[in-house]
Ligand binder design. Structure first.
Ligand code: FES
Length: 515
């Protein structure tokens, strides 16, 4: 059976001997493809164009297909290829934040010629190439984490690894990083043999998966890990088949759920942290990771916010890609919106969801319990026989279930902040500065985040956004031996606050579900 796959600038023809899921074929052929629910037939986001000898749509697929206007759309995790087939990936230009705030550092790299810093995010990956002699950024690249075919969030990837996919999870990420570095070297005329240092940061799960380490300790209580990294590894340990001349360093993590992406963010934002003041650093993502600096203490915690703000589990949710509704606002009491790259609206991304909820609240379309007021008027609509609120004339709407999913996610973040402050008897008003790191956090309207109680309102006016600070921190470690030592010391001094057994967190979580 001949299968032709096309994706923007890449075409491939392969032969398969037996029937296979489209998702399996894509994964085996090295195509980056997002499968938010890991192929569990839940998210409905794994659409492709496919025509040829294919399995008949299942009932589940039929119900999803009825909302599709274009023919030839199929769901990759539900459709089997039975004979010759053409598959075309639906091109998505995802906005990936690579810029981040740097604190001061002295240039004294341990490498001599060229080096790369890599930030492996659960959703996206950023790669930065440096001239180490001059300390100059020469090139950068970013892409979706190809492990998302095994699930969007950390928990589903851990489970997938335990279920026997650990080698595949390592292969897809190491292959993609290596290809990115090789491509950049080729394009920027960097001799690959002179790449002598690479720093790779990420949350603890991402680093364990990269090394194909046993992730079971990350899966169940008491979540104790025996390897906090903060050490050199070989190229082959990371699954790289090239890059053998490079010394590869993985910065130290703080715990199973607070990884070196956070220690790197702290390093990058160090100049914004005043020891005599109380500063909160928050990275809002699928996990809300937060660090509080107070009286020379450094307290850290992590809350499972879930992927709602990455578009998963939201009826018309999408990632921050071209056409995503990214801003919603009021003009003369009319709901207005913008989309990424001004493209035709294709769905609602995280920042658009935060804005929408704030706007709906202010207009009374939802009340403080999250209940949709179906008698409110003009923007009340229906989706799949259920009431929803439309975002103006965008053709996109938010259902009651979406509001509930967003409430749980934002409550986890807000309750995490309150819990951390409570550890040292602080109130939100006592915090001098809120530093927001990470892609999603950098795009949200902080005022609206406070309106929906994702963050306490007292913090909204004290916030500063530092972008991809994890990537910046990894770059600082690459460029400065001193920063590497500083980063290790910072990670060791962190005090971890376990929220999973905290009655205060549970109480606050229930309270923060309300708007
Ligand atoms: S429905 Fe196919 S990946 Fe979620």
């Amino acid at each position: 059976m001949i299968v032709t796959i096309s994706d923007n600038n890449k075409n491939k023809t392969i032969e398969i001997k037996e029937k296979k899921l489209i998702s399996t074929i894509l994964s085996e052929s090295g195509f980056s493809f997002s499968m938010p629910c890991g192929g569990k037939h839940i998210c409905g986001k794994c659409k492709v164009f496919a025509k040829g000898n294919l399995s008949e749509p299942s009932l589940k697929e039929q119900s999803l297909l009825q909302h599709e206007s274009k023919s030839d759309i199929r769901f990759a995790c539900m459709t089997y290829v039975l004979g010759d087939t053409e598959i075309k990936l639906i091109n998505k230009e995802t906005e990936i934040l690579t810029d981040g705030y740097f604190s001061q550092y002295d240039l004294n790299p341990s490498g001599i010629n060229y080096g790369f810093a890599v930030d492996i995010g659960t959703t996206t990956v950023a790669v930065y190439g440096y001239d180490l002699k001059e300390g100059i950024l020469m090139c950068k690249d970013s892409f979706l984490n190809p492990q998302s075919i095994y699930g969007t969030d950390v928990i589903s990837r851990i489970q997938s690894s335990i279920d026997g996919n650990s080698k595949e999870l390592q292969n897809v990420i190491s292959d993609k990083i290596q290809k990115s570095i090789l491509r950049l070297c080729d394009e920027y005329q960097i001799n690959i043999n002179l790449v002598d240092n690479i720093v790779i940061t990420g949350n603890t799960t991402m680093l364990y998966l990269l090394l194909n380490k046993n992730v079971r300790p990350l899966a169940s209580a008491p979540f104790l890990i025996d390897d906090f990294l903060g050490r050199d590894v070989t190229a082959s340990q990371c699954g790289f088949t090239h890059l053998n001349n490079a010394n590869i360093y993985l910065p130290r993590t703080m715990s199973s759920f607070i990884g070196s992406d956070i220690t790197c963010s702290v390093l990058a934002a160090r100049d914004l942290i005043d020891d005599s003041k109380s500063t909160l650093l928050v990275d809002i993502g699928t996990n809300g990771e937060m660090t509080l600096f107070h009286n020379n203490q450094m307290l850290c915690c992590s809350t499972a916010a879930g992927p709602a703000f990455e578009g998963v589990g939201i009826t018309m949710g999408v990632m921050a890609e071209s056409g995503a509704i990214n801003k919603v606002y009021l003009e003369n009491n009319n709901i207005m919106y913008t989309t990424i790259k001004d493209k035709k609206p294709i769905g609602i991304c995280g920042s658009g969801l935060v804005d929408s909820l704030a706007v709906f609240l202010s207009l009374g379309y939802i009340d403080e319990s999250g209940y949709i007021n179906i008698d409110k008027g003009e923007y009340i609509t229906e989706y799949n026989g259920k009431h929803a609120i439309s975002i103006s004339d965008s053709g996109n709407s938010i259902t009651q279930a979406d509001v509930r999913a967003a409430q749980l996610a934002k409550a986890a973040i807000c309750a995490g902040i309150y819990s951390l402050l409570n550890e040292v008897s602080l109130k939100p008003s006592d915090v001098d500065r809120l530093i927001i790191a990470g892609g999603f956090g950098s795009y949200i309207d902080v005022k609206n985040a406070a309106i929906i109680r994702m963050i306490p309102e007292e913090l909204a006016t004290k916030s500063i956004v530092v972008g991809n600070a994890a990537g910046a921190g990894a770059s600082m470690i690459l460029l400065s031996e001193k920063c590497r030592i500083e980063n290790e010391e910072t990670a060791k001094k962190a005090e971890i606050v376990d929220l999973s057994t905290s009655p205060y967190f549970m109480e606050k979580f229930v309270d923060c579900i309300m708007f």
